[in-house]
Design a protein around this ligand. Structure first.
Ligand SMILES: [Zn+2]
Length: 72
């Protein structure tokens, strides 16, 4: 697909701004050991609402960022 250079520059800036939001995280519940892979948006939500399995409080150390380069 051809993308004009001007649009391509805007797209790259947009990609960088959402990169963190779109990152994947490995979630391990500190309360019930439930595991799930979530994206940045879900991570933000779990930090607020807690674990979807046991409803326990979830803190940032429960999330480990998954590098897309490490997944085969
Ligand atoms: Zn839990």
């Amino acid at each position: 697909m051809y993308i004009p250079s001007t649009l391509r520059g805007q797209f790259l800036r947009l990609s960088q701004s959402v990169a963190e939001y779109m990152s994947e995280y490995r979630f391990t519940c500190p309360n019930c050991d439930a595991c799930a892979t979530v994206d940045g948006g879900v991570r933000e939500r779990l930090l607020i609402v807690g674990c979807p399995v046991c409803a326990g409080a979830v803190d940032t150390p429960a999330f480990v960022e998954v590098s897309p380069h490490n997944t085969e």
